[in-house]
Design a protein around this ligand. Structure first.
Ligand code: GDP
Length: 441
C-alpha cells in the first residue's frame, strides 16, 4: 500500500533533509515533487493543490524549532497537513440512542459490502456489542446466502431474509427481532447495483426513513481511486452518509481515494478493509496513515494488533508452565495459533518504522508453515502431545500420514519444539518477550 507514493516522497525529502538551511527555492522544488507524487497517486487535483499551498505557507513562515533540522521541519509540516487532509483524528461509530442501533451499509455491487458486514460484526462483538447481520439485498439470492454463510462462520446471528420480502419490511422485522432477542446493533447489508441508479436510491431513502440508522456507511473499493470519491459524493447527496469504509486497501490501490475522500466529500473515512478475511478491518486513523505514507511506520497500529492477539493471562500461565518444564506440544500449538491470530506477519512487520517495503516483498515468510504445524500436532494423541519423548518411528509415520506430511516434517517440528523449549527457558521473564522468541523461524 502506498509504496510508490512513499518512495517518491522520500526521495523528495532526502534532498531537503541533508541541508543545514533551506531557501524558498529549495522548499518550492521539494514541494513540486510532493505535488507530483500526490497526483500520480490519484489524489484529487484540487485537494493536492490546496494541501501543497497550505504546506508552503507554513513551511515558509515557519517558526524555528531547535530540535528539528529545517528539512525535518518541512516533513513534520507535510505530516500535519496530510493528517488534516484525512480528517485529523479517528472518527468512530456513533451507536448511542436507538436500541437496537442500526449500521446501514450502502455501496455499489462488488465494493465489499457483504464482506464488510461480517468484518464489522466481528469487530463490534470484540467491543462487547451483540451484532445482528441483516441481508437486505433481495435481488440477488447469492447475496443473502453469502451473508448467512459468513454469519455461520463467525457464529453471528443472521436475520432469515428471503427474496420474496420487501427490503424495508426486512429491516423493520429485523429491528423487532433484534429488540426481542437482545441484539443491540443491526448491520444492514443493502442491495448494490453496478451503477448509481434512481430506484436503488429511492429504496435506500425508504429504509433510512423507516429505521433511522445510527450510521450510514458507504463501502467503496479503494482500487477505483477517484471513482470511489465520486460515488461517495452521489450517495451522500441522495441518501446521506455518516462515514466511509474503503475496502481493498491491501491491493495495489495508489492511495488517492484514502487521501482525498474526506477533503472532497466532507465525510470521514472510518474503517479500511485490508484483505478478504473477516479480521482484515482496521479503524482508520489519519495520523497513523500519514505516518505510514511518510515511511515513519505505523507503530501504534502494530502495538494495538499485538495487544489484541496476546492474551496476557494465557501468557502468564504459559510462563509458569515453562518454568516448571511443563510446556507441551499442545501449548506450542496454541502459541502458534496466537501468533497466527495477529494476522499476516508481513503486514505486521510492514507497520514497523524503518522497514523497507521492497525488502519485505523479497522476504519469504511461509505462513502455510503454521497450518502444517497445527495439522501435525492435531494428528498426535493427547499422550504424545504431552510427552513428545514417546514419539518414535512408527508413531511418526502414523502422524505424518494423518496430517498429510512427510516424516521429515514431523522430525523438523519436533526439533523446532525442543529448540524452542531450550530457548524460552532463557527468556522466561516478560510475556511478550518470550513469545517473540518462540517463533520457530
Ligand atoms: P458486495 O457485492 O459489495 O457485497 O461485495 P463482496 O463483499 O461480495 O466483495 C466483493 C469481493 O471483494 C469479494 O471477492 C471479497 O472477498 C473482496 N473483498 C472485500 N473486501 C476486501 C478487502 O478489503 N480486500 C480484498 N483484497 N478483497 C476484498
Amino acid at each position: 500500500m502506498f509504496d510508490n507514493l512513499s518512495d517518491k516522497l522520500n526521495s523528495a525529502f532526502k534532498k531537503l533533509k541533508g541541508r543545514g538551511t533551506l531557501t524558498e527555492k529549495n522548499i518550492e522544488e521539494g514541494l513540486k515533487q510532493v505535488r507530483m507524487a500526490l497526483l500520480e497517486a490519484d489524489v484529487n487535483y484540487r485537494v493536492a493543490k490546496k494541501v501543497i499551498s497550505d504546506i508552503k505557507e507554513r513551511a515558509l513562515g515557519q517558526e524555528v524549532m531547535d530540535s528539528l533540522t529545517p528539512g525535518q521541519q518541512v516533513i513534520k509540516i507535510v505530516f500535519d497537513e496530510f493528517t488534516r487532509m484525512m480528517g485529523d483524528s479517528h472518527k468512530g461509530l456513533n451507536l448511542e440512542g436507538r436500541k437496537p442501533a442500526a449500521v446501514m451499509l450502502v455501496g455499489l455491487q462488488g465494493s465489499g459490502k457483504t464482506t464488510t458486514a461480517g468484518k464489522l460484526g466481528l469487530y463490534l462483538r470484540k467491543k462487547g456489542k451483540k451484532p445482528f447481520l441483516v441481508p437486505v439485498d433481495v435481488y440477488r439470492p447469492a447475496a443473502i446466502d453469502q451473508l448467512k454463510k459468513i454469519g455461520k462462520q463467525l457464529d453471528l446471528p443472521v436475520f432469515p431474509s428471503t427474496t420474496d420480502m420487501e427490503p424495508l419490511a426486512i429491516c423493520e422485522q429485523a429491528v423487532a427481532m433484534g429488540r426481542e432477542k437482545g441484539y443491540d446493533t443491526l448491520i444492514l447489508d443493502t442491495a448494490g447495483r453496478l451503477h448509481v441508479d434512481e430506484a436503488l436510491m429511492a429504496e435506500l431513502q425508504g429504509i433510512r426513513k423507516g429505521v433511522h440508522p445510527s450510521e450510514i456507511l458507504l463501502v467503496a473499493d479503494a482500487m477505483t481511486g477517484q471513482d470511489a470519491v465520486n460515488i461517495a459524493g452521489s450517495f451522500d447527496e441522495t441518501v446521506g452518509l455518516d462515514g466511509i469504509v474503503l475496502t481493498k486497501m491491501d491491493g495495489d490501490a495508489r492511495g488517492g481515494a484514502a487521501l482525498s475522500i474526506k477533503a472532497v466529500t466532507g465525510k470521514p473515512l472510518k474503517f479500511i478493509g485490508m484483505g478478504e478475511k473477516s479480521t482484515d478491518l482496521e479503524p482508520f486513523h489519519p495520523e497513523r496513515m500519514a505516518s505510514r505514507i511518510l515511511g515513519m511506520g505505523d507503530t501504534l497500529s502494530f502495538i494495538e494488533k499485538a495487544q489484541e492477539a496476546v492474551d496476557i493471562k494465557g501468557a502468564e500461565a504459559l510462563e509458569k508452565k515453562l518454568r516448571k518444564n511443563q510446556f507441551t506440544l499442545e501449548d506450542f500449538r496454541d502459541q502458534m495459533a496466537s501468533v497466527k491470530k495477529m494476522g499476516s506477519i508481513k503486514d505486521l512487520i510492514g507497520m514497523l518504522p524503518g522497514v523497507n517495503t521492497k525488502q519485505l516483498k523479497d522476504m519469504n515468510i511461509d505462513e502455510r508453515e503454521f497450518v502444517r504445524i497445527e495439522a501435525i500436532i492435531n494428528s498426535m494423541t493427547p499422550d504424545e502431545r504431552r510427552n513428545h519423548g514417546i514419539i518414535k518411528s512408527s508413531r511418526k509415520k502414523r502422524i505424518a500420514k494423518g496430517s498429510g506430511v512427510t516424516v521429515q516434517d514431523v522430525n523438523k517440528l519436533l526439533k523446532s519444539y525442543t529448540q524452542t523449549m531450550k530457548m524460552v527457558k532463557k527468556f522466561n521473564k516478560g510475556g511478550m518477550r518470550s513469545l517473540k522468541n518462540m517463533l520457530p523461524f
